[in-house]
Ligand binder design. Structure first.
Ligand code: ADP
Length: 423
């Protein structure tokens, strides 16, 4: 086992696992800290999925350090802290505080931060993050229910999370000039006293350059994009003997299918609209009705069971920013989020007990709540449905196929086409 990864949410973890396995590392994912008896032999990489993106910074630090300890005990020699490609965080954290704590734990005084994922429309130019060509602060991320992103300049964003420390930049011209120039520039940023450097990346070739330049760093931080070039770079450095072929299909257990969407991101709202337009039976969850006990997991389950056999029911709380703001005003941001997550998780448990074996869940926090409730601790990574989203098979708990989709990932027909990848 070479690479120990700590992801701050579940869909981010599956995104990274997919990237690593596609690029040739034998990868397995755990939900939460792997137990001490976890069998790591045969794997090049373990991705630990935490649910630490929006919890208090001190808790995120404690969980991340515990994960690092477990990965060290399992033999990890390189570490990767994975967060969202839209840098989802607040001025309190958690990206900066966790990065700092991991650096201290691993005894390193310099690392990188690069959330770029050009294939999913996230690129970084001069330290500014763009989402589908729009500056982060002008993208739909400005209205995220939990981590509204109102500044596109990652040096500033990360700087606010790491008081007393400075954040440098390895910009496009150095990256474009290749791995040697990138390495030199990293040395320059470190020598200038920066503890972290943001890395520009606008293309897959930049990600490969970055992979080659960072292969010897004990700790790297970023989105899943920087994983693209890592396996090859590890092999070139003699750290991995051979790269494995990525899985192309999975045989999903026979059973019914359902879709649960707790994301309010623009892509998920478009997917919900497309699914409704295509005639999927759909039930909208109203958080206020959940709060006053009118909508319960039992009433949702009853609605699902009343749908035509063979149909794929969609249950969604996805709503536009104005309605989300109104709900948060009434219930409080965290309380509203928690209520919906809990309800969707309870519905998932009831569905799986009732024979559903194929489940799409939209939303990072939502997926974390569902997988925890289902007791799925280990996931094998299957084929890619859309950039960053694989089908997964549970390797513990109930036997099911899961597509755990970060809210903003996937084209509008995702809920309709994802099923084609299952045998
Ligand atoms: P994404 O991947 O798009 O960020 P998440 O599931 O991580 O999605 O986060 C969405 C959050 O918003 C969750 O905590 C969810 O419970 C909450 N939420 C979902 N629907 C609503 C709604 N209609 N009003 C308020 N909060 C909501």
């Amino acid at each position: 086992m070479l690479l120990g990864c700590i992801a701050d949410d579940l869909t981010g973890a599956t995104d990274l696992s997919l990237m690593l396995s596609r690029a040739g590392l034998a990868t397995v994912q755990t939900t939460g800290i792997p137990p001490s008896h976890f069998e790591a032999s045969g794997y090049d990489a373990i991705v630990v999925a935490l649910k630490s993106r929006t919890i208090p910074a001190a808790d995120a630090i404690a969980q991340s350090l515990e994960a690092a300890d477990a990965l060290l005990a399992l033999g990890a020699k390189r570490f990767y802290f994975k967060y969202c490609s839209t840098f989802d965080s607040t001025d309190e954290g958690n990206i900066g505080p966790v990065t700092s704590a991991l650096m201290d734990k691993l005894g390193t005084d310099f690392t990188i931060a690069c959330p770029a994922f050009p294939a999913a429309g996230r690129s970084i130019y001069m330290g500014n993050l763009f989402v589908n060509g729009v500056p982060l602060a002008e993208s739909s991320m400005k209205d995220h229910p939990l981590t509204p992103m109102r500044d596109s300049n990652l040096m500033r964003v990360l700087g606010r999370q790491m008081p007393g420390q400075t954040v440098g930049l390895v910009a496009f011209p150095d990256i474009e000039a290749g791995p040697a120039a990138t390495k030199l520039a990293l040395g320059r940023e470190k020598a200038a006293g920066h503890r972290v450097a943001i890395l520009d990346a606008l293309s897959e070739s930049h990600l490969r350059t970055i992979g080659a330049a960072i292969a010897d760093m004990p700790l790297i931080t970023g989105g899943s994009g920087i994983a693209l070039g890592l396996p090859q770079a590890y092999q070139a450095a003699g750290l991995i003997k051979e790269l494995a072929a990525a899985p192309t299909s999975i045989v999903a257990p026979q059973g019914r299918a359902a879709i649960l969407a707790g994301s309010c991101s623009a892509a998920t709202r478009a997917q919900v609209a497309a699914a409704i337009a295509a005639g999927l039976p759909a039930l909208r969850l109203d958080p206020l009705s959940v709060a006053d006990g009118k909508t319960t997991s039992a009433s949702v389950f009853e609605w699902i069971n009343a749908q035509a056999p063979g149909s794929i029911p969609l249950v969604y709380s996805s709503d536009d920013p104005a309605n989300v703001a109104a709900v948060q005003e009434r219930l409080g941001r965290d309380q509203a989020g928690h209520l919906i997550e809990q309800l969707i998780a309870d519905v998932a448990v009831a569905l799986v007990q009732d024979g559903v074996t194929r489940l799409i869940v939209a939303g990072g926090e939502t997926s974390g709540a569902v997988v925890n409730a289902l007791g799925v601790k280990v996931l094998a990574i299957g084929p890619e449905i859309a950039p960053g989203v694989p089908w997964c098979l549970s390797r513990s708990g109930p036997e099911i196929a899961l597509a755990l989709k970060s809210g903003n990932f996937g084209a509008s027909d995702f809920f309709l086409k994802a099923w084609d990848f299952l045998v």
